[in-house]
Design a protein around this ligand. Structure first.
Ligand code: NAD
Length: 490
């Protein structure tokens, strides 16, 4: 039996202000059951929300399918205005929404505020894109005919999001879907339903018509999603989550040839060359490692440092990491909040213990926190052997795993030695080297002397097993559009 977590009155009010039903066809409805939302800082229950059955999932799909034709006909300017209103509503309510996010997910309040603003910016960016959908007109090369090329919404879209950025990953999909004229069924991660329910309410208040956005929360995603995909009325799946689940969903989508966008796992290399600005490299590593308590697909998973500055870099990074306050994300100044659950702590604990058994040294941290809550202290490991699982697995925790390289060729070869290809980071003051290495890295994104690459205005996404397609930027809306060509006889 889960006990109720202890909250201040402000925290309780914020949690209780979020609707707890399924949002289907413009209404809040009870689920078939309820499921708990757990506070990762205490392991106790924050509240319960509706637990949708597979039939609830199909009801949401029916609502999205029924609303599709009208929404596609809604003038782009009206679609844009709804997104702009939602952008403003999010920003006006940032304190309440950030508090809810911190309580259900654990990230420090400052980062949660940043995520609400980041989510809002996706809505604004795609509001601006909604009115700029273009097409083409050309003469057939053989003469006689003209070609009209237009772009149409792909149709009802299924959007599945992870717990680590519980609002922004939703906005990054809902924004372009709505801008393109697609209705949607959104399924947030079971650990963090509240931020998505809050976003659904904001979009409703902003004027999204009934059925355009539907949100179903469930404790059994596999049972709910498979029939929704198999049904055939959803014409698009946009998924953000682990590579393992992404592969499973790709198989299911193959059966109906459903269009997919896949934002999957990462194993980002962070390369620091001898000629790097050491202060900038340490700052960048802190950002790339510690954003979201290390629980980001873009997190620096392998930090490779050239031999000449390896000791200085490790010392400075360890000093900074050791000084980071750990605690509940709502406490002022905290940077190291709790990990999402006990399994995450167990995974990080085993990866670190294994690396140490293989010869790595813990310069700071290295042992799990006794609890309560799912805490793991900021850790720096040096001399991590190349074959250690920590270099091949998403750590998803506050652990910097360092190793040394000698040459540029070795650095690039080791960086690319992974099935993942989301992002990499390169620190060097030599522009020619920076560009040469950036081009040689097998990742969809590179941070060149930058520890963060995410930006609603930039195309985000990976290659290899990190995914298919891009979100954000000028191309993000394309994921929700089909190109249609009309041949006109003259
Ligand atoms: P996850 O794959 O376990 O879950 C992601 C979503 O899929 C959740 O909503 C979950 O309920 C749902 N899901 C799980 N099993 C399913 C099934 N059988 N059928 C249908 N849906 C199912 O991932 P997670 O633990 O929530 O998130 C962490 C992962 O997400 C990491 O691998 C991280 O790298 C990745 N991620 C990637 C990006 C990106 O943009 N590339 C961004 C954030 C997170």
């Amino acid at each position: 039996m889960l006990t109720e977590t202890h909250l201040t009155q402000t925290e309780r009010d914020a949690i209780d202000s979020i609707p707890h039903g399924l949002f289907i066809d413009g209404d809040w409805r009870p689920g078939t059951d309820t499921m708990p939302v757990i506070d990762p800082a205490t392991g106790e229950r924050l509240r319960t929300v509706a637990d949708a059955s597979p039939d609830d999932g199909l009801r949401a799909l029916t609502a999205a399918a029924a609303a599709q034709a009208d929404w596609a006909r809604t003038p782009p300017r009206q679609r844009s205005d709804i997104l702009l209103r939602a952008h403003r509503l999010l920003l006006d309510d940032v304190e309440r929404l950030a508090l809810v996010m911190t309580l259900e997910m654990g990230k420090p309040l400052a980062e949660a505020r940043g995520e609400v603003a980041y989510a809002a910016e996706f809505l604004r960016w795609f509001a601006e894109e909604a009115v700029r959908l273009d097409g083409g007109y050309m003469h057939a090369p053989t003469g006689g005919s003209r070609f009209l090329v237009t772009r149409q919404p792909v149709g009802p879209s299924l959007l599945i999001t992870p717990w680590n950025f519980p609002m922004a990953m939703g906005a990054r999909k809902i924004g372009p879907a709505l801008a393109a004229g697609c209705t949607c069924v959104v399924k947030p991660a079971e650990q963090t339903p509240l931020s998505m329910l809050a976003l659904a309410e904001v979009l409703h208040r902003a004027g999204a018509p009934a059925g355009v956005v539907n949100v179903v929360t469930t404790s059994d995603p596999a049972a709910l999603i498979e029939p929704v995909i198999a049904d055939g009325r959803a014409r698009k799946l946009s998924f953000t989550g682990s590579t393992a689940v992404g592969k499973l969903l790709l198989e299911q989508c193959a059966r109906t040839v459903m269009r997919t966008s896949m934002e999957l796992g990462g194993n980002a290399p962070f390369l620091v060359f001898d000629d790097a600005d050491l202060d900038a490299a340490v700052d960048g590593a802190m950002l790339a490692k510690m954003r979201n308590i290390g629980q980001a697909c873009t997190a620096a998973n392998r930090i490779l440092v050239q031999r000449g500055i390896a000791d200085a870099f490790a010392t400075r990074l360890a000093d900074r990491m050791a000084a980071l306050p750990m605690g509940r994300g709502t406490e002022p100044g905290v940077v190291v909040g709790p990990l999402i659950d006990a399994d995450a702590v167990a995974k990080v604990t085993e990866l670190v213990a294994d690396a140490r058994r293989r010869g790595a040294t813990a310069v700071t941290g290295g042992e799990p926190h006794p609890g309560p809550g799912n805490f793991y202290p900021a850790t720096v490991l040096t001399d991590v052997p190349a074959d250690a699982p920590i270099g091949h697995t998403e750590i998803f925790g506050p652990v910097a795993a360092l190793s040394v390289f000698d040459t540029e060729v070795e650095a690039v070869t080791r960086a690319n030695d992974t099935p993942y290809g989301l992002v990499s980071y390169v620190y060097t003051e030599n522009l020619r080297r920076g560009l040469r290495v950036s081009e040689a890295l097998d990742t969809g994104m590179v941070g060149l002397n930058q520890g963060v690459v995410s930006d609603p205005a930039a195309p985000f996404g990976g290659v290899k097993e990190s995914g298919l397609g891009r979100e954000g930027g000028l191309v993000g809306i394309d994921e929700f559009l089909e190109t249609k060509y009309i041949r006109v006889a003259l």
